[in-house]
Design a protein around this ligand. Structure first.
Ligand SMILES: [Zn+2]
Length: 470
């Protein structure tokens, strides 16, 4: 980026001269109405336009309207010799940030959940110096986990859980080597978590895989999601998914907008825990020494939160998400101050380290923010696992030419990992045997909501108030 900026800088001086030769009289007239009395105010859109002319660049705005913002002492913030300093001076006081890519500059609101890979590198270097041995790491890990629990503040939600929840089970449907059965489990009064149980048809104690769905369109109904869930089952597991809050069947209860509420992250964490407890409590076929969690993108955040906070999980496979410089941009992942836990160094990557020395496979690719993973975050994690003499238990499958998905090759990596770490049958990995079902066949509320179920966001928020949660 610096070389691009130097190019801009050189060009800017020439363009600036032309600009002033043509526009100087006009600017002078406009400037006559501005003074210290009105803080030399100018609308931001006007300023950005001027920056475009001065430095010969294109500027686009994302997620805000520049004509609604005013810039005090606007012209005094311009540095004619530097585009970068000019943009910093104009934007930082307005809580905006800028980035340059392919000759275009994008301006957008500050993202509290996103940092740069360079910042991630500095953080990991700083952290690495703090854990000299297993004892100092474990002290820090315990502080972090306690801080995460405090940030999530789930106690009022847990206290309001229904003692004898209503459970709706769909029919068991047989497929080649596995069965599917939809479930709806009441959590808070009238509020259900829904999903599908994909179970192996092989008898005997079975590994359990919990898989929160991510933010990809279609959620747990997507074909790639069905393919890995059914394949885990064909390999010998009981694999159970759940809607993220406000998606799928949950959307029928509370609408999709509730997903970005400030309580979304809490309810999602609560649901993962309720579901796991319920499955372990009610199914005799689960081998509780072989429990694992996986998810892609935002689903990885929820899988990781479940696994590290629950403590019973033997393995974790977060796919295309966890890095040291991105906490997840959706309030369901970062709506609570989890990453500020224990003094503010609790990035998702560090939280994933709380799994050590248990097996973790992180899947990354070259087409999203996980491009930094093999060189930056993975060595950091290996150092933590090395404190236990277990470096081989933290694995990375990186696909440099791929993008942000839970696609075929990523699924193969997770099948292989679960086969080795959960004792599943790798010979049953054959996605052609999976029946891809329409969303209606996987819906727990295909015939409508149960009597007494919450049927709107307003009802949900009234319930949260009456149960003293909010
Ligand atoms: Zn979300």
């Amino acid at each position: 980026m610096m070389s691009t900026l130097r190019t801009y800088l050189g060009r800017s001086v020439r363009i600036g001269l032309y600009f002033y030769a043509i526009c100087f009289p006009v600017i002078l007239a406009a400037q006559s109405t501005r003074s210290s009395a009105n803080e030399f105010l100018r609308p931001l859109d006007e300023m950005l336009e001027e920056v475009e002319h001065r430095f010969d660049v294109r500027i686009g705005c994302k997620r805000f309207a520049a004509d609604t913002m005013l810039c005090p002492y606007a012209d005094f913030r311009i540095r004619p010799y530097s585009l970068a300093e000019t943009l910093d001076n104009l934007l930082r006081p307005l809580d905006l940030k800028w980035s340059a890519k392919g000759g275009k500059i994008t301006v957008q609101p500050y993202e509290y959940y996103r940092r740069t890979p360079a910042e991630g590198e500095k953080l990991l270097a700083w952290l690495s110096g703090r854990y000299a041995d297993r004892a100092t790491w474990e002290r820090r890990r315990d502080e972090v986990l306690a801080g995460v629990r405090e940030a999530l503040a789930l106690e009022p939600f847990e206290a309001a859980l229904v003692a004898n929840p209503d459970v709706r089970m769909g029919a068991v449907v047989c497929h080649d080597g596995y069965t599917t059965q939809n479930y709806a489990l009441e959590t808070l009064p009238g509020l259900y978590v829904c999903g599908t149980i994909y179970a192996s048809r092989v008898r005997g104690p079975r590994a359990l895989v919990i898989a929160p769905s991510g933010h990809w369109k279609g959620g747990r109904y997507r074909s790639d999601h069905q393919l890995f869930m059914a394949t885990f089952a064909r390999m010998g597991a009981v694999a159970v998914d759940l809607d993220i809050f406000g998606w799928g069947d949950s959307e029928r209860q509370i609408g999709s907008a509730a997903h970005t509420s400030d309580y979304s992250m809490q309810l999602q964490a609560l649901w993962s825990k309720c579901l796991t407890d319920w499955i372990v409590r009610t199914r005799r076929d689960i081998d509780t020494t072989r429990m694992a969690a996986t998810g892609g993108s935002g689903g990885a955040t929820h899988a990781m939160l479940l696994a590290v906070l629950d403590g019973r999980f033997a393995a974790l496979a977060p796919v295309v998400h966890l890095v040291s410089h991105f906490d997840g941009g959706c309030p369901c992942e970062s709506g609570r101050p989890v990453t500020l836990a224990a003094g503010g160094s609790c990035t998702p990557e560090i939280l994933a380290a709380a799994m050590a020395p248990r097996p973790v496979l992180t899947v990354s690719d070259g087409g999203d923010w996980t491009a930094s993973y093999p060189e930056l975050e993975y060595p950091y994690l290996r150092r933590i696992w090395a404190l236990y003499g277990a470096e081989e238990a933290v694995e990375n499958a990186h696909f440099p030419d791929e993008g942000h998905d839970y696609g075929y090759s990523k699924r193969q990596a997770v099948y292989d990992f679960f086969a080795r770490r959960l004792g599943l049958d790798a010979s049953q990995v054959d996605e052609s045997k999976v029946d891809l079902l329409p969303a209606s066949a996987l819906s727990s509320f295909a015939d409508g909501l149960p009597a007494g179920a919450i049927a709107s966001r307003e009802e949900l928020e009234r319930m949260l108030e009456t149960t003293d949660i909010k």
